[in-house]
Ligand binder design. Structure first.
Ligand SMILES: [Zn+2]
Ligand SMILES: [Zn+2]
Length: 180
């Protein structure tokens, strides 16, 4: 059983439809294959277990601010130091990922916050958010084309804070669809 990258105790395997993952019984962080996490985020939230709206976002943001692991942790699979990255240009939540193993570590609260923000952003009619969506959809479409040309499985966007885009198969394309 893989050990928690932060606490080093064995994690518990959790099997859910489309979302098999490991969780740490001490810090409640989450360790899962990156495609599973992306899939889970893209699926519409169940309103009963994942409420959206301002209070939920504020509560989750407070939890994430408290749980955020600032230092880079070792991968639970290969023990190499993971990189800090982001799943989406518009979502300012740092995650850690092992490029080699394609696994992602999220501190407690982060994956729920990312999902909540993503769906709030997707559904927002606020003109400022709509304008941002259009702007980032163009950025992501350009990156997707560049990625396809380069055939680089791990594209990175050189931006402050190490912001990175989605990688195949849940690429930029699936997000751009939401935004078009
Ligand atoms: Zn832990
Ligand atoms: Zn690894």
């Amino acid at each position: 059983m893989p050990r928690c990258p932060a606490c080093f105790i064995p994690m518990t395997r959790v099997d859910q439809p489309q979302f098999n993952h490991f969780t740490c019984g001490h810090c409640f962080g989450n360790w899962c294959p990156k495609p599973n996490l992306l899939h889970w985020i893209l699926v519409d939230p169940d309103p009963s277990e994942n409420p959206t709206g301002e209070p939920a976002i504020q509560d989750l943001a407070a939890l994430v601010a408290a749980s955020d692991t600032k230092k880079r942790l070792p991968c639970a699979g290969c023990r190499q130091t993971m990189r800090v990255s982001r799943l989406h240009l518009m979502i300012p939540v740092d995650i850690q990922e092992c490029v080699k193993c394609q696994y992602v570590w999220t501190d407690v609260g982060k994956r729920a916050l990312i999902k909540t923000l993503f769906h709030a952003m997707k559904n927002s009619t606020d003109p400022r958010i709509v304008a941002l969506r259009e702007k980032y959809a163009k950025v992501e479409a350009t990156d997707a084309m560049a990625d396809a040309n380069a055939r680089n499985p791990q594209p990175t966007i050189n931006a402050p804070g190490g912001v990175r885009g989605f990688t195949a198969p849940f690429t930029l394309g699936s997000l751009v669809e939401f935004f078009s």
